[in-house]
Design a protein around this ligand. Structure first.
Ligand code: A2P
Length: 218
């Protein structure tokens, strides 16, 4: 009935607990600060600035996000494709408001977005929609859950939906070339460059992030 439709949120997702948010924001800022100082990054700075010889302050470049979360299904109040079916899934109803431990396994940066890759467990994948990876770049086929991420920041004028697309692009490139050159061994892990301003830091130790499976209405 009509009430059922009204109750469909803007999106469902895992919402990081506030203590965890602060920790991850700090880690991300430290990473951006360090990245900015690396010769390897400076060499490709033009990807971000569009002109030679200019500098970029990455912490200023990205607008930080509030309410860090990992979107599972963007529903647009029932208007998005598959939204009603997702909201009606038994797993969604059963696990609504449950606390999960997310595993953040990489940080990535592009001229558009900065985010954290999330590696979902089998149980968490029960809450992952089957069509989330349908927009993978041509030629690639990525496993269910590949798009899972936390948007940490977006460049001016960039919508957060871009972060998942940037991640899929990087993972598709990684699949084509499973052993790309590691640019730098950093304290947190190995940094790889995937051309056109795409950087990924694979974390030596995944970051555990407690999060509540819930939904958001604006
Ligand atoms: P993300 O999950 O990458 O952070 P908005 O503020 O634009 O309404 O978006 C709300 C949330 O839903 C954001 O977290 C955003 O991206 C996600 N989102 C927005 N549009 C889409 C979409 N078309 N597909 C998947 N996720 C989306």
């Amino acid at each position: 009935g009509p009430l059922g439709e009204i109750s469909i949120p803007l999106y469902f997702g895992f919402f990081l607990l506030s203590s965890v948010q602060d920790k991850i924001k700090c880690t991300a800022n430290d990473f951006l600060k360090t990245l900015d100082t690396l010769e390897a990054f400076k060499k490709h700075m033009i990807d971000f600035t569009g002109k030679e010889e200019s500098e970029v302050d990455l912490e200023q470049y990205f607008q930080a996000k509030e309410f860090l979360h990992c979107t599972t299904k963007f529903c647009n109040y029932g208007k998005a494709e598959g939204a009603k079916e997702y909201a009606a899934m038994p797993a969604v109803k059963k696990m609504y408001s449950f606390i999960f431990e997310l595993s953040l396994t990489a940080l990535f940066v592009t001229p558009r977005t900065v985010g954290a890759q999330v590696s979902l467990t089998e149980e968490q994948l029960l809450l992952w929609p089957a069509d989330a990876e349908s927009s993978v770049p041509a030629g690639a086929s990525l496993p269910l859950g590949s798009r899972a991420h936390v948007t940490l920041g977006c460049a001016e004028g960039v919508e957060p939906v871009q972060t998942g697309l940037d991640l899929l692009e990087i993972l598709a490139l990684k699949q084509q070339d499973p052993k790309p050159d590691v640019v730098e061994e950093m304290e947190l892990g190995s940094l790889t460059y995937y051309n056109e301003g795409r950087w990924m830091l694979s974390l030596r130790e995944p970051i555990g992030a407690r999060a509540c499976f819930s939904s958001y209405y604006k």
